[in-house]
Design a protein around this ligand. Structure first.
Ligand SMILES: O=C(O)CCC(=O)C(=O)O
Ligand SMILES: [Fe+2]
Length: 338
């Protein structure tokens, strides 16, 4: 995949799309991602040679991330919001969201959200939150290596306790609107992690012996929908799948009891430093993270909320061909259960 060529084509397609309609019409189209993502992707395909496009999904899966620089114009931005949602309807957030849909379409994923996180909003602000609570605290801190929606199964697997839980996303898309202090997002691809582990540690991590709690943004929502806080027991951290070795992990949400499994988790945490690629997103950049073949995290954000503080938008993509009706919410096409 020729990243420069593809980035240039996405930039053209998105800016032409935005220029041809007003803010309200653009927002209405963004609300229908199942239509807009394939439409933007097909326009991009019309502008790059197939050899330059290559296979974006294979590229993402192999490298663990895709960085596309300068794919949208972060123009006329409001002050940085102080909540996960709503996303203000200004030109920069509209082209940023459209650019995320374009790459989700090129990856042949569906743009999805979960009813139990941020009220099912398709795109959310990742920003510094005001006040003192756990969310405010978390929003300023660094993040250790994790996959998103870690308490949900990976694609192709079912939750033992609630079989209708949809899989966690295949990809996490970040669109950068502001990053004044150059705070890096950190990617740790699975092959680099595994290379730093002993075969015994790898075998421990592939054993069904870990318990996984929900990440903070999912706790209240999963309790509401499922009637209890979701804790998945007896799951693997590393999974040998038909699509390679996958990972499901969060430093703060995965627990284990055994001495050997504890040592394997410690080895995995230690491997993160050596496996890390630091990506400093600039306004107008996209970062697509594989939520199967990489962990991701970030450095400390710090600072005050609002104003011109750090502001990323996030969206999820998933291969949904195998999804059942029960794993979705009827009438809300992109919102998955729970
Ligand atoms: O802020 C970042 O760069 C990444 C944030 C992240 O991974 C998350 O909110 O789950
Ligand atoms: Fe994340």
């Amino acid at each position: 995949m020729e990243l420069l060529m593809v980035s240039g084509a996405i930039r053209e397609v998105v800016s032409e799309w935005a220029a041809a309609r007003g803010l309200d019409a653009a927002c209405a189209e963004l609300a229908n991602p199942a239509e807009l993502a394939p439409q933007l992707a097909s326009a991009v395909r019309g502008r790059v040679e197939p050899a330059d496009l290559g296979d974006p999904w294979a590229h993402l899966h192999q490298a663990g991330f895709l960085r596309l620089m300068g794919v949208f114009d972060p123009a006329e931005l409001d002050a940085t919001p102080e909540a996960f949602f709503p996303i203000p309807s200004c030109p920069g957030t509209i082209t940023g969201r459209a650019a995320m849909l374009a790459i989700i379409g090129l990856l042949e994923l569906e743009a999805v959200s979960y009813g139990s996180e941020n009220s099912g909003e398709l795109f959310v602000n990742l920003v510094t939150l005001p006040g003192e609570g756990v969310f405010a605290d978390k929003s300023r801190k660094s993040m250790h290596g994790h996959t998103d929606a870690v308490s949900f199964p990976v694609r192709g697997y079912r939750s033992a306790s609630f079989p209708n839980i949809a899989p966690s996303p295949d990809a996490v898309c970040l669109a950068a609107l502001r990053n004044p202090d150059g705070v890096p997002t950190i990617v740790m691809p699975v092959p680099a992690l595994v290379a730093a582990l002993t075969p015994d540690h790898v075998a421990e991590l592939k054993t069904r012996q870990f318990s996984v709690r929900s990440q903070k943004t999912f706790i209240t929502g999963t309790k509401r929908v499922l009637g209890e806080e979701l804790v998945e027991v007896d799951v693997e951290v590393l999974l040998e799948t038909g699509e390679g070795t996958w990972i499901r992990y969060s430093h703060s949400s995965v627990d284990t009891l055994g001495e050997d499994s504890e040592a394997a988790v410690e080895a995995l945490n230690a491997a993160c430093a050596g496996a890390a690629t630091h990506v400093v997103l600039q306004p107008g950049d996209l970062l697509i993270l594989s939520n199967r073949t990489a962990l991701h995290g970030r450095a400390e954000v710090g600072g005050d909320p609002g104003g011109t503080s750090r502001w990323l938008m996030r969206g999820y993509g998933l291969k949904t061909q195998e999804l059942t009706e029960a794993q979705r919410y009827a009438g809300s096409p992109h919102i998955l259960y729970p």
